[in-house]
Design a binder for this molecule. Structure first.
Ligand code: HEM
Length: 462
């Protein structure tokens, strides 16, 4: 519970007054004394959407000050400077005001050989049956379909049991709550970026029903973890995410609440990202039938049905290029992931940045800039296949860079390849011809997707 929510009315009025005061102070500090004074920008840009932040980058250049102590970059070299292994000096670590996992912890959880592929195949095949049957009854809400499968996969890998969404053909309440929370976490983060003091306003922003659902959600996650712990290893003797986490539990001093929080983060990081890619790609394939024809042709010329496709066989050059392109056009994590410049300062893009500054790369600004790519707003998978293409493809780093890149990017690729290849046995079209994915998507911590209703017109699936 935030501090402000426990204060009475008088104290709240005083709090507002103090906040106004602090704002004035910050403003003065910002104007005259702050070491980042020389960087152009907008002090209130913390809560800006992706398009506005791009407009700021277009106006001011590759570095923009987005809050008193925060800089946003939009250059391919900044990716390397901020997120990759530094050639000299310490790496830039995660901004702990924003993250709940620390740099070492999540990497200790990086599992080795898992049963992910079998699980992805199982739910992908169930989804194909669900789509075939449900689409015979009318148009389908594809955002949900993709969420069913990605959350079930992560549920089974994390808690040892799926959410049961593909089977029930409806989203689990747990998932709905998580997706609602994403919006509020973004508000929290925007307020925090402005000044940590403002983050206490957060408790005013969350409607009581979401707050209640969130508490119940974390309690449920903890109960699931406990039941998974009591149940011991999987019956088939194979290891999932939690087999490794349980092994490390003592060594890392983890409480059940840590594990519940970690599994929540893992499920969101692993489900909504992949589901967003699937929805956005489906939209673009509907809009660009010639591209979808090429993709279908590539898959259908090798397989007679989606059931024949396994994880190892789902390697198709055009399909892979389409994934690269949708990850570029719509990086699934839409905000700049914050890192802290080590004490003493260091350089980013050949500029000296004082220690303690929060820096990030805003991927969307970078991958939508015509300085880096030709026709950056168009979906063109061919740019990833043509050896003579001059686009700066290194502008796109949807999984970040090692050593702190997405720890499960191989699984993400495997899941996307399988789902897209199996989906290529359906023909479908948009129900709403006015839908414009880029215009209608909202960027929070993750994307809030526009509604994707499709009409499946042929089902070449057994
Ligand atoms: C297209 C799909 C995905 C994209 C684009 C993506 C991207 C990313 C990025 C950029 C990060 C770094 C975040 C940061 O440092 O702030 C990250 C971290 C992470 N991702 Fe993914 N991810 C995807 C899918 C997955 C999947 C399928 C899983 C799990 C099965 C997963 C699990 C994680 C975890 C646990 C972290 C946290 C790692 C850490 O704290 O260092 N991601 N992901």
């Amino acid at each position: 519970m935030g501090l402000v929510s426990v204060l009475n009315e008088k104290s709240r009025a005083q709090t507002w007054q103090t906040l106004g005061w602090l704002l004035q102070l910050s403003w003065q500090h910002l104007l005259y004394f702050h070491p980042l004074f020389k960087f152009p920008g907008s002090w209130y840009a913390a809560g800006y959407g992706h398009q506005t932040l791009k407009a700021l980058h277009d106006k001011y250049g590759e570095v923009v000050r987005v809050a008193p102590d925060k800089l946003s970059f939009s250059s391919a070299t900044a990716w390397k400077d901020i997120y990759a292994q530094r050639k000299s000096g310490p790496n830039f670590i995660k901004d702990h005001k924003f993250y709940t996992t620390d740099d070492e912890q999540s990497h200790a959880f990086s599992p080795k050989a898992l049963l992910e592929e079998d699980i992805v195949l199982k739910y992908a095949d169930m989804l194909m049956v669900a789509i075939r049957e449900e689409s015979a009854k009318g148009s389908l809400y594809f955002n949900d379909c993709y969420n069913w499968v990605t959350f079930d996969v992560l549920g089974e890998l994390s808690f040892g049991e799926p959410f049961g969404s593909v089977e029930a053909r409806r989203p689990d309440e747990w998932i709905d709550t998580v997706l609602q929370m994403v919006v509020f976490i973004a508000w929290y983060s925007a307020l925090y970026k402005l000044h940590p003091v403002f983050s206490s306003l957060y408790s005013y922003l969350i409607p009581p029903f979401v707050r209640k659902a969130t508490v119940s959600h974390v309690t449920q996650s903890k109960a699931k973890i406990l039941s998974r712990m009591e149940g011991g290893e999987r019956e088939d003797g194979r290891k999932d995410f939690y087999s490794y986490i349980f092994e490390l539990r003592k060594e890392m001093g983890l409480h059940e609440w840590h594990m519940a929080a970690y599994s929540n983060a893992m499920i969101i990081a692993g489900s909504e990202t992949t589901a967003t890619v699937m929805s956005a790609l489906t939209y673009h394939l509907c809009r660009l039938p010639a591209i979808y024809d090429k993709l279908k042709q590539e898959v259908r010329s090798r397989y007679k049905s989606g059931n024949e496709i396994t994880s190892l066989s789902a390697t198709f050059p055009y399909l892979t290029a389409a994934i690269h392109e949708i990850l570029r056009l719509l990086p699934p994590i839409p905000f700049g992931m914050p890192r802290i410049v080590p004490p003493g300062g260091d350089t980013v893009d050949e500029m000296f940045i004082p220690g303690g500054t929060t820096v990030s790369v805003h991927a969307w600004s970078l991958t939508h800039s015509d300085k880096n790519l030709k026709d950056p707003d168009k979906f063109i998978p061919e740019r990833w296949l043509d050896p003579d293409n001059t686009d700066q493809r290194e502008a796109s780093n949807p999984f970040l860079l090692r050593p702190r890149a997405c720890i499960r990017q191989n699984m993400a690729w495997m899941e996307m390849r399988i789902l897209i290849a199996k989906m290529a046995f359906f023909d479908y079209e948009l129900v709403d011809d006015n839908l414009d994915w880029e215009r209608d998507s909202l960027a929070f911590i993750l994307w809030q997707k526009p509604e994707l209703w499709t009409k499946v017109i042929s089902r070449n699936v057994d």
